[in-house]
Every structure is written in C-alpha cells, then in structure tokens.
Design a protein around this ligand. Structure first.
Ligand code: GAR
Length: 207
C-alpha cells in the first residue's frame, strides 16, 4: 500500500481553512496526511486548532528575519525536514519566496477571481470590500501554484459566486468561503492525481 502524500499547511490567522482540510481528511474525502502546520505568527488561532487535532506545528516568525529571503529559507528548512510532498498556503498572509526546487509544489488559495483583486494588500476582508466597491457582479476563489510573483502563477481551479445586492464584505466573504471549502481540497486532490490544470467551475447556487 502506498503511503499517503504529506502536506504542510501554512497559516497566519484563524485557521478555518486548516479546520476544513482536517474535516475533509476525517470524512475520507481528501487522501493526504498533514505533516506540519506552520505559522508566521505565534498568535494565530490556527495553532490552537492544530494542537486540538494533534498535528505537529511550528512558528517561524517573520519578525525574526532580516528580509523575506531569509524568512523563506527558514520556512522551507522546516518543511524539508519533514519529507513533505506539497505545501498549501491556507490563509497565509506573508510573502514567501519559493526556492526553485519547490516551484509547482506550493498551492495558495485566494478569496477572489485572480488575476482580479490580487497582489500586495489584497487579503482577507479587504479583497471582498474591494470587489463590492468595484460593483462586480461575481466573485469567487482561486487556487493557484505559487511563483515568485505575488498572487500570480498557474491557476489550478476557480469557483464563482454571485455578488448580491445588499452584500457587505462579511456576507460576501461567507459565500466565497463556502466555495473555498470545496476548492482547496479539490485542488490538492488534482495535484496528486496529476490533473492540476486550468479549469473554472461554477458555485454559489446555495444561500
Ligand atoms: C481565506 O478566505 C483565504 O482565501 C484567505 O484567508 C482566508 C483563510 O484564513 N487568504 C488570503 O487572503 C491570501 N491572500 P483562515 O483559514 O485563517 O480563516
């Protein structure tokens, strides 16, 4: 029997995405092992979730490093110490330089339809506020391979939702997050099945 692929999940905040991945694994919908949860800040609630689920976690605090390159080297040293197959940025909000050897093995989920509403400064709720201010009629989420350009890199999949009259950043964030819960495990499965390519799927029929 083949061992399950091992992933590292990188977090900065509440860890809802991490929780979702754990639940997908427990339900048998995602066939991977979480070998490491890594946070760039000791205050991330995601670390508590990791502890509750008995997952190994590490903090590599970006404030301890002179620049992004040094921070990135320290992050990948932790990852490489654990025979990890794929790195998943799940609400990870720091710029992470990717070593050449890892290009094509780092996924990120972003709460908008990239290339729109991506890049520096676009994270979390700010993204949804910008979408509403721009009077977009739809939004969604994107899972893409991380390159050394912020929020660029080959798209694995997107899921779309409508922006409704009367939406605020919270209601839109919730609708998008429901799609993120499907998109991220799906993209991870596709990566390991060798199917990761650019596809767009519709969502948001609920609610
Ligand atoms: C998700 O909405 C994810 O798309 C977003 O952070 C949230 C997950 O954080 N990521 C970004 O904005 C990356 N630019 P959480 O799991 O800590 O709640």
């Amino acid at each position: 029997m083949n061992a399950r692929p091992r992933i590292a999940v990188l977090v900065s905040g509440t860890g809802r995405s991490l929780e979702n991945l754990v639940q997908c694994i427990e339900r048998g919908e995602l066939d991977v092992e979480i070998a490491l949860v890594l946070s760039n800040t000791p205050s991330a609630f995601a670390l508590e979730r990791a502890a509750r689920h008995g997952l190994e976690s590490r903090v590599v605090d970006h404030r301890d490093f002179a620049d992004a390159q040094a921070f990135g080297r320290a992050v990948f040293a932790e990852i490489e110490a654990r025979r990890v197959d794929l790195v998943v940025l799940a609400g990870f909000l720091r710029l992470l330089p990717i070593p050449d050897a890892w290009l094509g093995r780092v996924l990120n989920i972003h709460p908008a339809l990239l290339p729109k509403f991506g890049g520096k400064g676009y994270f979390g709720e700010r993204v949804h506020r910008a979408v509403i201010e721009a009077r977009e009629r739809e939004s969604g989420c994107t899972v893409h391979y991380v390159t050394n350009e912020y929020d660029r890199g080959p798209i694995v999949l997107q899921r779309r939702v409508p922006v409704r009259d009367g939406d605020d950043s919270h209601t839109l964030a919730e609708r998008v997050f429901e799609e993120e819960k499907l998109a991220l495990p799906d993209a991870i499965q596709r990566h390991f099945a060798g199917l990761a390519g650019a596809t767009v799927e519709r969502g948001g029929a609920r609610g």
